[in-house]
Design a protein around this ligand. Structure first.
Ligand code: GLP
Length: 240
C-alpha cells in the first residue's frame, strides 16, 4: 500500500486529482471507475480545473460508477446519476453512452446487477476511485459482505442510512437498498486510489491499513491489492 498523507481536505483532493489526471493525460487509460459521497467532491472540482486548463478531450473515456440507489431515477437529485452529472459529467466531454452506472430503476434489479457486472468485467477497470464508509464499507459493500462478491443488490446498514441522511430532506427518504459492484469486482481493478478525510474515518482507515483482513471490515481487503494508493488527510490518518 502506498500512503500519501495530505495536510487537509483541499490538499487530499488536489493530490488525487493530479494523480488521476496524469493517468488520463499521459497514459490515456480507457476505463475510469468513479465514486460518490462527500469525500470525492473536492477531487472532482480539482480535476475539472486541470481538464479545462489543458482543454483535454475525454471523448474516448469510459467511466463506471461503483453503485446506485434502488428506486431513485437518474433525475432524482439524490441519485448517483444526478450526483455525477452535477459534480463531473456536465463539465467534460465524455459521451453519455460511455458514462456507466447501475440502473436503480430497473424492474429486475438482480438482473440489472448481473448485466452491470458483465459490463464492468468486459471493460476492465484501469483505475478505480474509492471512498470509505465509517464502518469500513467500500462501494455499498457493508460489513459482512463476501470478499468474493460480484455486483449485486444489497441492503444498506442502518449506520450508512444514517450517515447518508444528510444529503436527503429526511432519513425516511434514504433508500434502503442499492446495486453495488462487489468486493471481487472492485479488487479486479488494475489500480485503486482510496480517499479518506476527517476524524470520522480514522477508525476505519486504521483497520484498512493495519488491521486484520476480515469481511467484518470490507476495506481491509485492500491490503491484498497489488496497486493501491491511499490519499488521506491528517485527521483520517490520526490513528495510524
Ligand atoms: C457512501 C457510498 C460510498 C462512499 C461512502 C463514504 O455510502 N456508497 O461509495 O465512499 O459512503 O461517503 P462519504 O464520502 O460521504 O463519507
Amino acid at each position: 500500500m502506498k500512503i500519501i498523507k495530505a495536510a487537509n481536505y483541499e490538499n487530499m483532493s488536489k493530490r488525487a486529482a493530479d494523480l488521476v489526471y496524469r493517468e488520463l493525460k499521459e497514459k490515456q487509460i480507457q476505463v475510469l471507475g468513479l465514486a460518490t459521497g462527500g469525500t470525492p467532491i473536492g477531487f472532482y472540482q480539482e480535476i475539472i480545473k486541470e481538464i479545462q486548463r489543458d482543454s483535454l478531450s475525454l471523448d474516448w473515456l469510459y467511466t463506471v460508477n461503483l453503485d446506485e440507489y434502488i428506486g431513485l431515477s437518474p433525475d432524482h437529485r439524490n441519485s448517483y446519476h444526478a450526483y455525477m452529472k452535477k459534480h463531473f459529467f456536465q463539465y467534460v466531454d465524455i459521451p453519455l453512452e460511455q458514462q456507466l452506472l447501475p440502473d436503480g430503476m430497473s424492474a429486475d434489479p438482480d438482473k440489472e446487477a448481473k448485466r452491470y457486472e458483465k459490463l464492468v468485467e468486459e471493460l476492465g477497470v484501469d483505475l478505480q476511485i474509492l471512498g470509505l464508509g465509517q464502518n469500513g464499507h467500500i462501494g455499498f459493500n457493508e460489513p459482512g459482505s463476501s470478499f468474493k462478491g460480484k455486483t449485486s443488490v444489497v441492503d444498506l446498514a442502518p449506520s450508512t442510512i444514517d450517515a447518508n441522511a444528510r444529503f436527503f430532506e429526511a432519513e425516511e427518504e434514504v433508500p434502503k437498498q442499492a446495486i453495488t459492484m462487489g468486493i471481487a469486482t472492485i479488487m479486479r481493478s488494475r489500480k485503486i486510489i482510496l480517499l479518506a478525510s476527517g476524524a470520522e474515518k480514522a477508525e476505519a482507515l486504521k483497520e484498512v491499513i493495519t488491521g486484520e483482513v476480515t469481511e467484518k471490515i470490507p476495506g481491509t481487503i485492500l491490503q491484498q491489492h497489488l496497486d493501491i494508493t491511499i490519499i488521506a488527510d491528517k485527521e483520517a490518518l490520526s490513528l495510524v
